[in-house]
Structures are given as C-alpha cells and as structure tokens.
Design a protein. Structure first.
Length: 81
C-alpha cells in the first residue's frame, strides 16, 4: 500500500516506477522511424515545449485552487510525516 510508505521508501518507489515507465516508452518505437516522421523542422520541439509550459501553468493554477479550498474549509487535509 503506497499510502503507508515512509518518505525514503516512497522516493525509491517513485524512482523505480519512473525509470520503468521511461524504459517502456523509450522502446515503443524505432528511433530512425520516429526521427524520419518528425522531420528536421522544430515544429514538434516547439509543440512539446508549449504543451509542457501550458501543463506546468495549469498545475500551478490547480495547486493554488487546492490550497484555497483547504484554507476555506471546502476540503480537509492533514499533514502526515
């Protein structure tokens, strides 16, 4: 049960699952085919940067709304250490 992990165990779990996911995605296509599909222009790179930036901005807005909901009492949160 992940909820019962202490910080060290959770960090190890996060690293292992992240590594596993990265390996799975890295092997999902042949590099030469992907490179050929994407071409030499920066369109994909720029779209990826825009997506990442927009996603980060949305995450910050969501977190601000989350904190606001806690402060207002709309949701309850406890801190576990």
């Amino acid at each position: 049960m992940v909820e019962a992990f202490d910080l060290d165990r959770f960090m190890t779990y996060a690293k292992v699952t992240g590594w596993t996911l990265a390996c799975a995605h890295a092997r999902s296509g042949k590099a030469a085919e992907i490179r050929g599909y994407l071409g030499k222009k920066d369109v994909f790179d720029e779209a990826l940067v825009k997506f990442a930036t927009d996603y980060a901005d949305q995450t910050e807005r969501d977190y601000a709304d989350f904190l606001k909901a806690i402060r207002s009492g709309k949701i309850k949160a406890t801190r576990q250490e």
